[in-house]
Design a binder for this molecule. Structure first.
Ligand code: BGC
Length: 799
């Protein structure tokens, strides 16, 4: 142990207390041992440092910091240098604000396009997420500030995010869900990893030894500290054994007594606690030597410019018929859409940043032309308003250029709840229909943090997708519309024609307590490419004002699986631009089931008009490997592999085959579904790759416990029903007075609070919600109200 000298001086109580937070954002300090307190703040697209009231849902204010594009928008840049630069800028703001650890990046896979928090995650592809996550971490940590790679692992839905039990087969776990974490841990050494709320195979991540110790530390060599997601602790004693170091926020001493008793009775060896303390002391060493002189006085100004640059680089041009874009300076433009004036530039929840500045699309356009005719066309709440439509239609008639800004509003995607569908709000659809009656030349600027159904795409001329592009997103969109910047962003998730096309759409969050991942690793393009199902816009897709020609693929085998691939790309159009060349490996081994292709390299190149340049990619064993269940290790199946280079997963421009030596390909002994992907996978298919597991039986009277929530218990308990109603009223009071599930803030708080497992209620609720009271609700729901009351009385007497 590196910090043995200090640890030897600390009492058992002090050591236990040190491993649990002091306040919502701070760790405990012990001045007598020279141990300072650390300050942790969200992440990931800017800092959310709270100095007043605290919360984990972005409800209370935070200091002003730069709001960069959210991960889904930033990822569309496919630009590792830029993401590192953005990380560096966030790290510098952390130094300025005296924050030691920034809680990000989020590298969970977008298993479903309707996960409410997809805007906070990079991609549906693990390789891309791993690379971008690593770049972000390197950027932040280069300032001596720490990061927290989250949410480890399989936190892929918001419904019951604190208690879902994820059942996933080993190959999907390794080849799809853990890969980004593994890459980031190995490539960039994050100072901390944040364990997720949910369970995996029946065991909460916070005390999951296989996840936190065997895989994370033993296999991947992680040497940092593991911190809980806020309130994720389940069993603190088991947590210590599993390698969980820091519980955040503190549980007000709730677990400390249990841990001490466990040590004294020999259930928990004190060495587990010593090691956790050692790792936390190391975290302090790694994150407290920052130097404020690196922070420029005009940091906010500079970062606003950087936010603009990232947003522009992430803007994806989905359509540009008749080359309607770029627009000319000083031309007449009609701009329609409330979102052009009131931008939606980030998501809601724990990542909500208070920006230093905010520019709308109208602000951006006014930098290029003053001849703007604006009409809101709709309200942000999804209500019909024919007057607004009428006004917009009048302005759209015969106008010069028509820019329509539409997209998802807050109620359509948020932390704490999932989306119900993939459409944009009805009132916006209605406006669009009416506009199309009078003007077909519509340029859509699209906003939203996750994939959207676009049945209207064929009817408009152009679509520029800005996603959630941060505080300078409005300026960036205008830079792209007027051709100051040439679009170079590409989609990092598939945009299907309709939600029903998604493999797991018929069962995702339908059985939330048990998240059986029937589809294995076939998510996103892995599914669509393998089944050859058409999509609206494929993974990796995005247009430019110029065109690129790919040629001369060349493959050099350096060692067994070490391969260098090069190709030539030429800008053959009329604008300077940048292209994201993507490399996919398509196995022809006919052994184990697997997707027809997977991304294993990418390279963004800037090319002036007419310029020609080489791109190169390095492949290694993992570019070809699958996880062998027999060996418990990665293997390469012998045979042919196509190396494909293209402009999206569908648009493959170059291809060459390599033949590799390796293990004899063996057909997997499983249901045919995993080869044919015909129809929808069933539990019967899944058990052939996962193994048997019991049917999910909904909890009912008699079997509720501290992991149950008020929302669940209200179904069978009057007291809990009354509590639920009281919660609604209390939350409504702070949100305009009405119980209104169409208000995103109300819905987020309500869903989060009522679905909170009772074990973490005392952490997030007012002081009056004690552990005893939380137990009372559980006892009552189980039909033991008197028992619950007695406990409350007994404990209040003993205080
Ligand atoms: C979120 C984390 C966040 C934490 C602190 C949790 O609810 O899941 O991503 O870092 O709160 O705000």
């Amino acid at each position: 142990m590196k910090h043995k000298e200090i640890i030897d001086k600390m009492s058992l109580e002090e050591k236990i207390a040190f491993c649990s937070g002091k306040s919502f954002w701070q760790t405990k300090d012990f001045s007598k041992y020279g141990i300072p307190s650390l300050f942790l703040s969200d992440g990931p697209h800017g800092l959310r440092k709270q100095v007043g009231e605290n919360d984990h849902l972005g409800l209370n204010g935070s200091v002003r910091t730069t709001c960069f594009p959210t991960a889904s928008a930033a990822s569309a840049t496919w630009d590792l240098e830029l993401i590192e630069e953005m990380g560096n800028a966030i790290g510098k703001e952390a130094v300025k604000e005296e924050v030691n650890v920034v809680l990000g990046p989020g590298v969970n896979m977008k298993r479903s396009p309707i996960c409410g928090r997809n805007f906070e995650y990079f991609s549906e592809d693990p390789f891309l997420s791993g690379k971008l996550g690593s770049a972000w971490i390197q950027g932040v940590q280069s300032n001596g500030v720490g990061t927290s790679l989250k949410h480890f692992a399989l936190n892929n839905q918001e419904l019951k995010r604190m208690s879902t039990d994820v059942l996933v087969d080993e190959r999907a776990l390794r080849e799809y869900y853990l890969t980004a974490f593994e890459m980031a841990v190995k490539e960039s050494k994050p100072t901390t990893v944040m364990c997720a709320y949910n369970k995996i195979d029946g065991i909460y991540c916070s005390d999951n030894k296989r996840l936190l110790w065997d895989i994370l530390r033993e296999e991947w060599g992680f040497d940092g500290a593991v911190v809980t997601d806020w309130g994720a602790t389940n069993d603190r004693v088991e947590g210590f054994k599993a390698g969980l170091d820091l519980e955040m926020p503190g549980s007000k001493g709730r677990f400390d007594k249990e841990v001490k008793e466990a040590v004294e009775s020999g259930i928990l060896d004190e060495s587990y606690i010593d090691k956790a303390v050692d790792r936390l002391l190391e975290l302090i060493d790694r994150t407290t030597n920052t130097d404020k002189s690196i922070v420029d006085e005009d940091i906010h100004l500079k970062n606003h410019q950087l936010a603009r640059k990232v947003a522009a680089a992430g803007g994806v041009l989905l359509k540009n018929e008749d080359k309607i874009l770029p627009l000319k300076k000083d031309m007449n433009v009609t701009v329609i859409g409330e979102l052009a004036k009131t931008p939606r530039y980030q998501g809601t929840g724990s990542s909500l940043v208070t920006p230093t500045k905010l520019n709308s699309l109208l602000d951006g356009i006014s930098e290029y032309t003053k001849k703007i005719n604006f009409a809101p066309g709709y309200t942000l709440g999804d209500y019909d308003n024919d007057d607004l439509i009428k006004e917009a239609v009048e302005k759209a008639k015969g106008c010069d250029k028509l820019i329509l800004c539409i997209g998802l509003t807050d109620i359509y995607e948020s932390e704490s709840f999932d989306r119900e569908h993939m459409r944009i709000p009805n009132n916006q659809m209605k406006l669009l229909k009416n506009l199309l009656n009078v003007n077909k030349d519509i340029i859509v600027v699209l906003v939203g943090g996750s994939a959207i159904e676009m049945p209207w795409a064929d009817n408009v001329k152009s679509i520029l997708h800005m996603q959630l592009s941060g505080q300078a997103g409005g300026l960036a969109a205008a830079d792209l519309l007027f051709g100051k910047e040439n679009p170079s962003g590409k989609l990092t998730e598939t945009y299907p024609y309709k939600y029903e096309d998604v493999v797991n759409s018929s069962y995702f969050i339908k059985n939330p307590k048990l998240g059986d991942y029937l589809e294995s690793m076939y998510c996103g393009y892995r599914y669509f490419e393998t089944t050859e199902k058409e999509v609206r816009y494929p993974f990796g897709y995005g247009l430019s004002y110029t065109e690129f020609k790919y040629s001369d693929i060349d493959i050099r085998i350096l060692d067994k699986y070490e391969i260098e691939v090069t190709a030539t790309i030429q800008n053959i159009g009329d604008f300077d631009g940048a292209e994201v060349a993507q490399l996919y490996v398509a196995p022809q081994t006919h052994g184990a089931y697997r997707p027809v292709k997977e991304l294993k390299g990418f390279n963004k190149v800037n090319l002036k008009k007419g310029e020609i340049n080489k791109v190169s990619f390095k492949l290694d064993k993992r570019s070809f490997a699958i996880y062998s269940l027999d060996k418990g290790d990665w293997i390469v199946e012998e045979g042919k592999y196509y190396i494909q280079i293209g402009a999206s997963c569908k648009d493959i421009r170059l291809e060459q085959v390599v033949e590799l030596k390796g293990e004899k390909p063996v057909k997997s002994d499983c249901s045919e579904w995993y080869y044919s992907l015909k129809g929808i996978p069933t539990k019967k298919d899944f058990v052939t790759i996962y193994g048997e597991y019991p049917e999910y039986v909904p909890q009912t009277r008699g079997c509720y416990d501290m992991t149950s929530s008020i929302k669940e218990m209200k179904e069978t308990s009057l007291v809990n029903k009354i509590m639920y109603k009281a919660m609604e009223k209390t939350i409504a009071k702070t949100n305009g007075g009405k119980v209104d599930y169409t208000n995103s803030r109300f819905r987020m708080i309500m869903d989060s609070a009522s679905d909170n497992p009772m074990k973490s209620m005392p952490l997030f609720s007012p002081e009056s919600m004690s552990v005893e009271l939380a137990e009372f609700f559980v006892d009552t729901a189980n039909g033991h109200m008197i028992k619950g009351l007695k406990k409350i009385l007994k404990r209040s007497k003993s205080k």
